[in-house]
Design a protein around this ligand. Sequence first.
Ligand SMILES: Nc1ncnc2c1ncn2[C@@H]1O[C@H](COP(=O)(O)OP(=O)(O)O)[C@@H](O)[C@H]1O
Ligand SMILES: [Mg+2]
Length: 268
Amino acid sequence: MRFVTITSGKGGVGKSTLAANISYLLSIYGYKTAIFDADVGLANQDIIFNVKPQNTILDVLKGDANFEDIVVQLNNNLYLIPGESGEEIFQYKNSDILEKFFAGVEKFNDFDFLIIDTGAGIGEYVQSFIKAATDTIVVTIPDPSAIMDAYSMIKYTLKVKSEIYLVVNRTKSAKEAHEIFVKLESVAKKHIDSNAHLEFLGYVEKSNLIEEASKRREIVVQSYASSIPAIEIANIVKKLTNSLTKDGEHIKETPNIAIFFKRLLQQI
Ligand SMILES: Nc1ncnc2c1ncn2[C@@H]1O[C@H](COP(=O)(O)OP(=O)(O)O)[C@@H](O)[C@H]1O
Ligand SMILES: [Mg+2]
């Protein structure tokens, strides 16, 4: 199973939008996928998918709900694990309820992907997600301050992971996106670690269709499936699934969702 943390240096760069669209396409391609809404300040996947979860993962960790009851099924292969404050879940890591929580999570062990939509910036909690995950995607936009913040995020992520995927969102062209990647990669190799492995996962152009879909509580890969941004997101997903075997070691380390959560909450 793959655990993909989607993060960024700066807020508002399109993490949640990408997390939703990537998860949806994975599910359509036949991968059993869960999206974990883990933004500390702004959990908004429920708004993106236009559902109203009654409870969140925090209620499970407090002992007020069962894990299997909080998970919202969005389609045949797609499930939402609602969050509210990603940070707060770490306060419950020593409670007795954890064993019950893990038992509930185990019912979801046949998943192929867990996509984790985290908050922006460098923080202890985001680091916990990155550590527990098998893959990290850093999202940036062409704005110079966002690129600077993406660099800080990369520097920080390289302390715990040797490989990072980069996605450039809201770009005006493939060329611009690629240049940003090349620049970030060369600076990272020069100033952080010459063995740093940055991989260009893809780009999404700035598109009104993304905004329009979002206003209607829809996602672009569903509403405008043959549009340019939808195809660009599909290319990202193809690249992500193509690298399935490459990460074999990591898959062995965290074979299922229950182990992921154990790792996350107990930092094993
Ligand atoms: N490629 C894009 N083109 C145009 N608008 C976009 C694009 N990607 C995201 N957006 C819009 O940008 C806003 C912020 O996106 P969001 O995914 O919430 O960012 P984050 O999760 O990083 O804070 C949303 O209104 C979203 O619809
Ligand atoms: Mg977000």
